[in-house]
Design a protein around this ligand. Sequence first.
Ligand code: 13P
Ligand code: SF4
Length: 305
Amino acid sequence: MNNLTEQIRALAKQKNALILAHYYQSLDVQACADKVGDSFALAKYAKDTGAEIIILCGVRFMAESAKILSPNKTVYLPAPLAGCPMADMVTPDDVLLLRAEHPDAAVVCYVNSSAAVKAVSDVCCTSSSAVKIVNKTPGKNIIFVPDQNLGGYVAEQCPDKNIILFTGFCPTHHKISEQDILDAKAAHPDAVALVHPECRTEVRKHADYLGSTAGIINRAKELFAVGTRSFLIGTEIGVLEILQRDLPDAEVYSIGSTFTCPNMKKTTPEDILACLNGERGELTLDENESRMARLTLEKMVELGG
Ligand code: 13P
Ligand code: SF4
């Protein structure tokens, strides 16, 4: 642990602050965290923690989710300009328009959405819970926002549902092409391809495993334990770096050139320190919007996701 990390850890303990970091954060930021996880684990931690201060090292929708679930806690987004371009692709008006066009449909929103979008949705989901949540949502017609790729995956996995897709996508995952995964498989024929469902359908169909960031990391470690030595990773570089660190005897390759979520990389340890020193403004939300969004997130938890 370097000096800055030690200083951050000591100050967090003193102030009863919980530092949460997504797997896409830099390894330096992850080293400062109490918990590193996928969106699902971070949302749950934020809800269950006894800490009074939550510092969410990720992008805006993650810190918003923590604030929605814990309105009385002080929540910080250490890099205030870290947004998620996919979350920004859908607005509450888009959802209301779709509702008017499909009045009998329920709205399932991916957690990668703003508090305002969650407020006009029926239930939220994460990449690891999307299939379960959609299956458990009553009715045949489901409007799924904003990710067309995760929504497409859900449609494949839930044949009894009619999924009405929105057109959003993650610019980072959307970059991987079918040729990229075919080339990677040809270059490493023994490797297992682990892919995030935010990738395009034509990439997903060549994957050996589809799952959230936590799902990919856990699956690679399970496979390593039973003898697999080579992995192709179809998600952001953070996951690749974690696997290269934790499985030094494995070969871990990116599918296509390594790709980065620029927003996830905006946070630095210095930003965390600034939050702990009271030099950053806390995240605030409209009270009514936050109350409505809470119902959507609580519904997700109630349905087991
Ligand atoms: P996970 O839910 O898999 O952590 O994904 C979040 C995300 O933003 C992926 O791009
Ligand atoms: Fe959003 Fe994509 Fe970055 Fe995830 S990787 S935070 S979906 S832009």
